[in-house]
Design a protein around this ligand. Structure first.
Ligand code: NDP
Length: 328
């Protein structure tokens, strides 16, 4: 008889009520896949975009792209993994919200013995994102002052620590004093409470009128214009997310009028498209985690079956750091 597992599935897009905790088949892995029994699952804002349909995907489908656990079965073509390996992934077909699942092996890496399953599940997608944002999209050298929105969030707290490790002065934004304090404690140089303060004025003050060469913006619609106004001439706007809604209807002329700006809209998938690229980025990330330059901060945990409550907390700006879905 075919194996089964418990998983979250959606049959239609919508609010958290569309998340159903059900029993689904768990087939033997294909030749290039491994079966992973999860010990922890990472929650990410992108999961909300897939639930609501902002990012279209044919229904029905699972959710989640990040997890850590133990390899339970290995496809015939898989060379770099074996049964019993401790592994994690941060970019996968939808379906991480499950007790166990199959994942293409090239998307999976072994985790160092010193890194817990929870920390791995909390840091893979978010940490690999910071890796490419800071080391590939705009390769920070260590003498820059940068602006990073939502700095107390999952990606944000890793960014604060990575910037500090590089010697970069990170000006962060967050929506309340607790979040600004948390980001400062994690290595942000200065914080702006963008629910009360004017971001452009504060960036001008903090940089003595120079502004910044690069803005990392995962908030999207609400911060787009202010972000452009914080950039130096020929600066780079890295728009990497839509927590407040997507940026639409942009007239390219705005980039010339604000100083010959560059803009990019990157995604993690491009940067870890091959196992070699994934492995190189993950090695750098886990190197920093192992040296404790990046301490993984799990702000909250929810049981897998309570994924809806986790989505509400994340969408409602009630979380800090990473959020984990736990499995029994
Ligand atoms: P976070 O933990 O950062 O949560 C999102 C945060 O955005 C909130 O906590 C909140 O912080 C802020 N925010 C601002 N406006 C809103 C709003 N209207 N509704 C909800 N939140 C708002 O999430 P993640 O770490 O998972 O992701 C951060 C961003 O990075 C997301 O946009 C995500 O899509 C993007 N991302 C992009 C990737 C890529 O490769 N392109 C990969 C990974 C993440 P505050 O209360 O302080 O404002």
């Amino acid at each position: 008889m075919e194996n089964q597992t418990k998983a979250i599935r959606i049959e239609q897009h919508g609010g958290v009520e569309v998340l159903k905790f059900v029993t689904v088949p768990l087939p033997a892995p294909q030749g290039n896949e491994v079966t992973i029994r999860h010990k922890a699952i990472g929650l990410n804002f992108i999961d909300i975009y897939f639930r609501t349909g902002l990012y279209p995907h044919p229904l029905p489908h699972g959710l989640g792209a990040e997890g850590a656990g133990v390899v339970e079965a290995v496809g015939a073509e898989v060379k770099h993994l074996k049964v019993g390996d401790r592994v994690a992934y941060g970019q996968s077909p939808l379906g991480a919200y499950a007790e166990a699942r199959n994942v293409p092996a090239h998307q999976v890496v072994r985790i160092p013995a010193s890194v817990s399953f929870e920390d791995a599940a909390a840091v893979m997608l978010k940490g690999l994102t910071v890796q490419y944002l800071f080391r590939q999209t705009y390769r920070l050298q260590g003498n820059e002052t940068i602006l990073f929105h939502a700095a107390a969030g999952g990606v944000g707290l890793i960014a604060c620590q990575w910037a500090k490790a590089l010697g970069v002065k990170l000006i962060g934004t967050a929506s309340n004093p607790e979040k600004t304090a948390l980001a400062l404690a994690n290595g942000a140089w200065k914080m702006i409470d963008y629910s009360r303060e004017n971001v452009v004025e504060r960036v001008l003050e903090l940089t003595n009128g120079k502004k910044v060469p690069v803005v990392y913006d995962g908030v999207g619609k609400d911060t787009w214009l202010a972000s452009l106004d914080c950039l130096q001439p020929r600066g780079l706007m890295v728009s990497f997310g839509n927590a407040s809604g997507s940026v639409e209807g942009v007239n390219l002329g705005i980039l010339s009028s604000k100083g010959s700006l560059f803009v990019t809209r990157p995604t993690l998938g491009t940067h870890v498209a091959t196992h070699e690229k994934l492995k190189a980025a993950a090695d750098e990330l886990f190197g920093l985690v192992t040296k404790k330059k990046i301490k993984v901060r799990i702000g909250q945990r929810f049981a897998l079956r309570d994924a809806g409550a986790a989505h509400e907390a994340l969408a409602g700006r009630k979380t800090t750091g990473a959020t984990i879905l736990t499995v029994d």
